[in-house]
Design a protein. Structure first.
Length: 94
């Protein structure tokens, strides 16, 4: 997949999220939105029941990240904008 342009890679990621990931999350009242792919990090926003769910990090890392990395090796990590901001806030308070 390294022959793909940045735009093609981004489109592939968005298509996988739309076709393979979103339907699974939606069956549980959740959702996911693509935000950005930069420097090997896929930024997403967990929505619906996933936003604020105690299992959100497990869903993100154990399911979404694992699956996306298998299909798109250029992805090194998947991060949620809300979880990352929350983690940064906790670290700042320490």
């Amino acid at each position: 997949m390294t022959d793909m342009t940045s735009e093609q890679l981004t489109q592939l990621i968005q298509n996988i999220l739309e076709i393979r990931i979103r339907p699974v999350l939606q069956t549980h009242g959740g959702d996911i939105a693509f935000k950005e792919f930069k420097d090997g990090i896929l930024w997403v926003e967990l929505q619906g029941a996933c936003n604020g769910c105690p299992g959100a990090l497990n869903t993100l890392k154990g399911n979404v990240e694992h699956f996306m990395k298998l299909i798109v090796p250029e992805i090194k990590e998947v991060k949620d904008i809300h979880l990352e901001a929350l983690q940064q806030s906790v670290e700042d308070e320490s």
